[in-house]
Design a protein around this ligand. Structure first.
Ligand SMILES: *Cc1c(COP(=O)(O)O)cnc(C)c1O
Length: 374
């Protein structure tokens, strides 16, 4: 049986009529760049996240970059983040003019190792940017406490985490800014590119609104140097509809994760993802860890099961960041994860039979059931 890694067609099929109607309204109103559909979505998404404001932007990379710029972070500043993330987290720091400073992840949740933060702080440090990897919230309380003591900003990279909870509150609502991506494959995906900054600070909201629109508060009067980072009206319409189904999709993902766990729990040679407290992840990705990952992935592909690797090379070892001078061994947990992570199919419409197929294929593919990768 074929099991795709992601099946957006199945996800969109039942919503298609509703989304098309919402898009039609945008077309009728000629409101393509920003406009009422975006404003409506911003209000709905801020409320969803439990924050006061949301500013829709072009994509999740814009939202990270604008968050940094809105907080005045730039040349000469340092921002602490993790190397086990998507490249965009670190690119945004670089494009703001600041220097990324890495701390490793801890192996249980694969998010920022809070014990490593203190040693990374220098007089130039301006912000900490935790990443809610695979939709699992980083340990925000100690991060916020360190930030409070050292007078640093916290910007959450919540691109993968809409709907994930930390102690009952939604991801993205903890830092001065929470950054979201609505890339099509994310839990809340647009029909194209989109992103958003969530904040409860009116100054951050105003600044991001100006940055996304060429620095203007009033048309053709530019108070600061900004950029073109507006959200498309059509994407606002799509997201407005899809937001209503986000919790349902996250619940379905949770059920699938529990099923994977039941089926794979007692299998040697595979480490399953863990959740630090119930609800803390939205199960954006279900990444297990296996030895000889590339061999396993190839065998899975031969059985027509789509898997992914998120991410095969940690950012500190990317060629683009050779100038930072890092070497293998600098962040051993991130490196071990990069070598062993294997993302199994995960999307709301997965069926029980598909999950069972994936689990038994994985069992059959494992090279050596004894010995777990560490
Ligand atoms: C997807 C993603 C981004 C970037 O979002 P885009 O919308 O693709 O620009 C940033 N950080 C993380 C962790 C992501 O997963």
């Amino acid at each position: 049986m074929k099991v795709p890694f992601l099946d957006l067609k199945a996800h969109h099929a039942p919503l298609r009529g509703e989304i098309m109607a919402a898009m039609n309204e945008v077309i009728e109103a000629n409101a393509f760049a920003g406009g009422p559909a975006v404003t409506r979505f911003e209000e709905d998404f801020a409320r969803y996240c439990g924050a006061d404001f949301c500013v829709g932007v072009g994509n999740g990379t814009d939202s990270l970059w604008f968050s940094l710029l809105a907080l005045g972070i730039g040349a000469g500043d340092e921002v602490i983040t993790v190397p086990m993330t998507f490249m965009a987290t670190v690119e945004a720091i670089t494009f703001a003019g600041a220097r990324p400073v890495f701390v490793d992840i801890e192996p249980k949740t694969c998010t920022m190792d809070v014990a490593a933060i203190a040693a990374a702080i220098t007089p130039r440090t301006k912000a900490i940017m935790p990443v809610h990897l695979f939709g699992h919230c980083a340990d925000l309380d100690p991060i916020l406490e360190i930030a409070r003591q050292k007078n640093l900003h916290v910007i959450e990279d919540a691109a993968q985490a809409p709907g994930a909870l930390y102690k009952g509150r939604k991801a993205g609502s903890f830092g001065r800014a929470g950054s979201f991506s609505f890339y099509p494959g994310k839990n809340l995906g647009a029909w194209g590119e989109a992103g958003a900054v969530v904040t409860s600070d009116p100054a951050v909201r105003d600044r991001v609104r100006m940055l996304r629109d060429h620095g203007q508060a009033q048309k053709y009067h530019h108070d600061i140097v900004g950029w073109n980072g507006r959200m498309d009206g059509l994407q606002g319409a799509v997201l407005g509809v899809k937001l209503k189904y986000l919790d349902q999709g996250n619940r379905q993902r949770r059920r699938h994760a529990l099923r994977y766990e039941e089926l794979l729990r007692d299998v040697g040679g595979v480490i399953l993802p863990t959740e630090a407290e119930p609800g803390r992840t939205n199960h954006h990705l279900y990444a297990v860890r296996v030895k000889q990952r590339d061999v396993v992935m190839k065998k899975m592909a031969e059985q027509r099961i789509g898997c992914g690797i998120h991410y095969p090379v940690p950012v500190h070892l990317q060629k683009a960041y050779a100038s930072l001078g890092h070497h293998r061994g600098d962040f051993p947990v991130s490196e071990a994860c990069a070598d062993t992570f294997l993302s199994l199919p995960m999307y709301p419409e997965l069926t029980d039979v598909q999950i069972e197929t994936v689990a038994s294929a994985l069992k059959a593919c494992l090279p050596n059931r004894a010995g777990v990768p560490v």
